[in-house]
Design a protein around this ligand. Structure first.
Ligand code: GLA
Length: 393
């Protein structure tokens, strides 16, 4: 072999060797990643336990969904209630960030919708009636002559069929319920599925879907009361809502139909602001709501997933983003909590110790032709998704 040929062979040999080395390194990386994933999977689990029995004899379970970070969300199939949700603060210390009770009986006796699934219609329908296709439907009037959160026995008070969900990067629970034609006054048999998915990124994803066999109205939401500090009131929590407009209400908290700018009012959360900074200002809307209890109109709604709100708590550094495909957000500042409820671990829930961020279509839409329609027809599928994303800063 000539000298130049030998040099060329050496070169080829080295290129091949380097290639082999890089290849095996990459392969090794892939293996490590797969192993990590397996490790994550191994930690993820869904533990089912009995939670109790309803007065009419139905057995109810509670599911502890643990993600790969060891963060646990507990959900019961009674009302689809999120009983607890544990996430780390900025120092890694775990804490429960939702209000609730330790046992089923307390939820059955007196639940101001702590953690519950809300349906058939989230929030109020004025005078508890609406017209559809020329027919008037009278609904259960459970709130000063109005209809609130689906009526006397809303979706928050029924036992759902539950199925466990396992995904590569999440654990979950699928809940199914058939709301019969005429239930609480609504037309049509409504088949509802709600999937709670608890991901390894500490995101609680809620997928709602429904179909009907007669024209009806549907507006599903979730009613957790959040307190990112896990104690005290929520007045120092900072909130951003991506909305330039809100829907003002009358004394009965029914929207008047007006779409009003938030500009230069205490309803302006376009920049992150402490919840308590303006809550007691002397304005008609804050008086009617006894604080914040209004629907915000999300900017640039087009039915795709958008970040609509961000809540943060300065002492713990906990942050919760709300993403949704819905056009509205009800921000309720826990104004009806008054210290008469003793919840988990003997905690007395005083005024404004939790706040709700409920993704939705606007309250009273069935009576407001100018609001986006909430009518569902046979053959169509109701389908919305909301994600509560937990982080720290
Ligand atoms: C909603 C309503 C409030 C109140 C709470 C539950 O958020 O808008 O007015 O009824 O639920 O107490």
């Amino acid at each position: 072999m000539k000298g130049t040929d030998m040099k060329r062979s050496y070169k080829i040999f080295y290129v091949l060797l380097t290639g082999l080395l890089i290849g095996s390194l990459l392969g090794c990386n892939e293996n490590t990643m797969a192993m990590e994933k397996e490790k994550g999977k191994a930690q993820m689990n869904n533990k089912k336990e009995q939670f109790g029995t309803t007065p009419d004899g139905k057995k109810v379970d509670i599911y502890a969904l643990t993600n790969a970070n060891g963060c646990v969300v507990k959900i019961t199939n009674y009302g689809g209630i999120v009983v607890s949700l544990t996430v780390p603060d900025k120092n890694g210390k775990m804490g429960d960030v939702v209000l609730g009770y330790d046992n089923l009986d307390d939820y059955i006796k007196n639940n101001p919708y702590f953690g519950a699934l809300i349906g058939r219609y989230g929030n109020r329908i004025g005078k508890a009636k609406f017209e559809l296709n020329g027919q008037t439907y009278a609904l259960a009037a459970n709130n000063d002559g109005n209809h609130l959160h689906g009526g006397i026995v809303g979706f928050d008070k029924v036992v759902w069929d539950a199925k466990e969900i396992q995904q590569d990067d999440a654990v979950g629970l699928e809940l199914n319920y058939l709301s019969k034609d005429g239930e609480e006054g609504y037309p049509g048999n409504l088949k509802v599925t709600v999937k709670y998915i608890w991901t390894n990124n500490n995101q609680l994803k809620i997928e709602y879907s429904a179909t009907t066999d007669k024209d009806t109205v549907v507006n599903l939401t979730h009613h957790s009361y959040f307190n990112l500090a896990g104690k005290g009131d929520i007045l120092k929590h900072e909130l951003m809502i991506n909305a330039d407009i809100f829907t003002p209400v009358d004394e009965g908290l029914i929207p008047t139909g007006e779409l009003r700018s938030v500009k230069e009012t205490p309803m302006d959360f376009t920049k992150s602001t402490a919840v308590g900074a303006r809550i007691d200002q002397d304005t008609e809307q804050l008086k009617f709501g006894l604080g914040y209890d209004h629907n915000w109109v999300i900017n640039n709604y087009d039915g795709t997933m958008k970040m609509v709100a961000c809540l943060s708590e300065p002492t713990t550094g906990r942050v919760m983003e709300v993403h949704t495909t819905e056009p509205g957000l009800q921000f309720y500042s826990g104004n009806f909590l008054d210290g008469t409820i003793t919840g988990k671990g003997g905690t007395v829930y005083k005024h404004r110790t939790g706040l709700c961020l409920e993704s939705q279509h606007f309250p009273d839409s069935p009576n407001k032709p100018d609001f986006l329609s909430t009518t569902l027809k046979p053959g169509d599928k109701y389908s919305t998704t909301t994600i509560y994303k937990f982080k720290t800063k």
